[in-house]
Structures are given as C-alpha cells and as structure tokens.
Design a protein around this ligand. Structure first.
Ligand code: SAH
Length: 345
C-alpha cells in the first residue's frame, strides 16, 4: 500500500485493480495523506471560491435520485428572471467571487438565446462564467461559448451505462458522453463527476469513473455522496458509507489528476458538520458557496438536509473563509483555471 501510494504520487497512474484496492483499504489515512501532499504540490494551499446561483428548479428530466425530478409534485417550482440572475451575479462579484456558477434543472423556458444574453451581461462584470444546466446540442454549447461562457459542469453521474439508464429514465448515457466531448472540443474547461453510493453501483464502476475522468481528461471533477430524497423512488436506500467512500474517491482522483480543480461538495457538509473541510484535506481545493437569494435556496432541494438554506450570501462568504483559514488554508484571489497554480498565477 505504501509503495503503491509513493509511486502514484510520482507518476499519477493507477490500474483499475490498484484503484479498487485503494477504495476498499481498511486504513484510509495513508491515501488521504498522499492526496493531501499531491494537492499541496500541484494546486497549493489556496482555495478557489465559486459563487453558486441556483436559478431554476424546473426540470424536464426524471432522475430517480434527484429531488427536483419532473415527477416530484411536492417540489415547489421557481424560476429567477434573467434580470434577477444577472443581479445575483453582480452581487456575487461584489462579495469577491471571481467565478459565478449558473446551475438549474433542465428548464426549457431558458432558450439558448436567453441564456446567451444572460451570460453576455454577466461577463460585463468581469466574472468567469461556469454553466451547469445539463445536456444541450453542440450548437447550443457553441452559442453559450460565443457569449462568453468559460466552463461547464456536467457530471457523468456514473460510468455504468446500465445503471445510468435505469436511474435516469429516457436519458442516454452516450448522449451525456457526447456532451462532454462537444464541450471539450469547443474549448470549455470541463467539469464532470459522479454520485457515490447509488443503489446497484459497484466499486469496480467507481474505479471506472475515475479512469474515465483521467482519459477525457477533465479540468475539474466533483464527487458527491448520494443522499436519498424522501420524495423520490430511492428514498429508502441506505447511505451510511457514502461520505467516507466519497472522500476516498476524491483522494484517488487527486493522485490520478494532480493539478485539476476538485470541489469540496456541499453534499459532503450535509453528511458531516466538517464535511467540506475534511474534503479539502483529502485532495479538494475548491468550495462553491451559495449566493442564491434565501427565499429560493430551500426550494432547490436536490437532496434533503441541504446546508445554509436560511443564510444570506454575505454570511456564507464570511463563514466559509473562516473555516478555510481554520485549517491553515486561504481563499485564493486568482480566477482559478486548471493549472494556474503551476503557472504561478
Ligand atoms: N441539470 C444539471 C444540474 C443537475 S443538479 C445537470 O444535469 O447537470 C447537480 C447535481 O446534483 C447532479 O449532477 C447530481 O450529481 C447531484 N444530485 C442530484 N440528486 C442528488 C442526491 N439525491 N444526492 C446527492 N447529489 C444529488
């Protein structure tokens, strides 16, 4: 185990069976320590903050795990107007965010033209724009890019095609992969990622997820523990081990892709009061505090127990910085593109 970790720290290669042995090892501390060292060497002690705007919870899809799935009649739907989105982004920039992330369900009200207009206006503030709005055509992605979008987040969720198509009815795994390739070819910084602990998901398929991210390769990858939502078909699924397994996934990912951006996801903090700070010590280097207006936050409920639903954007910004400082790290003032630290930016 020690020699395997030493080697991976240097050459950043691991076979599928080596990944499986790391994900299943009894003692996870050596893996976490190795990932933390690689993180320090390749992305430094700075933590990039991205201001997250959850602008609509309307969704045409029906993912079995997701609280804002189309069939969930208990979800209270909301949609910010384009002006409200741009205003929220301006506020995020005032709070010091260098990047705003626009996330939503797949809401068809936002035509490509409407999105392009919003992106264009936000870019005038100088912010880097990340989109996380699901599967679109190549032409739509091209239009957003022309309007100024810089990055795109689209989790593959799982590389197990059968599992994906079972949990995301009427969606095609190949199309999701097509989206990731189109985004890459169009020059976006591409973020992907997976859910950890889905019913029927195997350790082997989690290892495949990591190899998939390495092969693409992604510029960023977010690992989220699956948390069952009470108004979804997966409400009864056990999720005890998902937090720890997610930490291990992030750590192995840091070994495989030493200089990418890895967020300490919000879902981690739902499962553990120090979840994001622990993630930052197991390979992660990004946090995405919520800047959505408090009245809408609770309604963007992908999973239950979401943190900070009653807090203001201003409070979250201060609170996150204090936590980051408390573990001996600092909020980075750079824009946080892939590889910036090694370039001395
Ligand atoms: N429509 C966009 C954004 C999806 S929501 C898209 O398709 O990319 C963002 C992420 O929330 C999803 O990619 C999924 O990984 C995560 N998510 C959904 N339900 C969840 C749950 N029950 N527990 C944890 N994470 C969940």
């Amino acid at each position: 185990m020690e020699s395997l970790l030493r080697r991976a720290q240097k050459d950043h290669t691991l076979s599928r069976s080596e990944i499986i042995s790391l994900l299943t090892a009894e003692d996870d501390q050596p893996l976490f320590d190795a990932a933390n060292q690689v993180r320090k060497q390749y992305v430094g002690d700075g933590v990039y903050l991205r201001g997250l705007i959850e602008f609509s919870n309307f969704c045409k899809n029906d993912c079995m795990y997701c609280g804002i799935r189309k069939s969930n009649e208990r979800a209270q739907r909301y949609r910010l107007s384009p002006n409200q989105i741009v205003e929220t982004a301006r506020k995020a920039v005032e709070y010091g965010y260098k990047t705003v992330v626009l996330q939503s369900g797949e809401d068809l009200w936002f035509s490509a033209e409407k999105m392009a207009d919003i992106i264009h206006k936000i870019k005038e503030t100088g912010a880097v724009v990340t989109l996380s709005i699901g599967e679109k055509t190549r032409d739509e992605y091209a239009l957003y890019k022309e309007a100024g979008a810089d990055r795109y987040l689209l989790r593959i969720e799982t590389t197990d095609k059968n599992l994906y198509e079972k949990l995301d009815p009427a969606m095609s795994w190949e199309n999701r992969v097509r989206c990731l390739h189109d985004l890459k070819n169009l020059g976006y910084e591409v973020g992907s990622g997976s859910l950890v602990g889905l019913p029927g998901q195997t350790i082997e398929s989690l290892a495949d997820d990591l190899l998939f991210f390495q092969k693409l390769p992604v510029d960023m990858a977010g690992i989220g523990p699956f948390i069952p939502h009470p108004d979804t078909p997966l409400k009864e699924v056990a999720y005890d081990g998902n937090f720890n397994l997610s930490l291990k996934m992030m750590a192995v990912m840091r070994l495989l892709l030493p200089d990418i951006n890895i967020p300490a996801t919000t879902a981690m903090e739902t499962l553990h009061p120090q979840g994001r700070m622990l993630a930052l010590q197991c390979g992660a280097n990004v946090v995405m505090p919520n800047v959505t207006d408090t009245v809408f936050r609770k309604k963007y409920e992908l999973y239950p127990g979401k943190i900070c639903v009653g807090d203001s954007a201003e409070k979250c910004r201060g609170c996150v910085e204090r936590k980051i400082n408390s573990i001996g790290r600092y909020v980075s003032t750079g824009k946080g593109f892939h590889g910036d630290f090694l370039k001395g930016k």
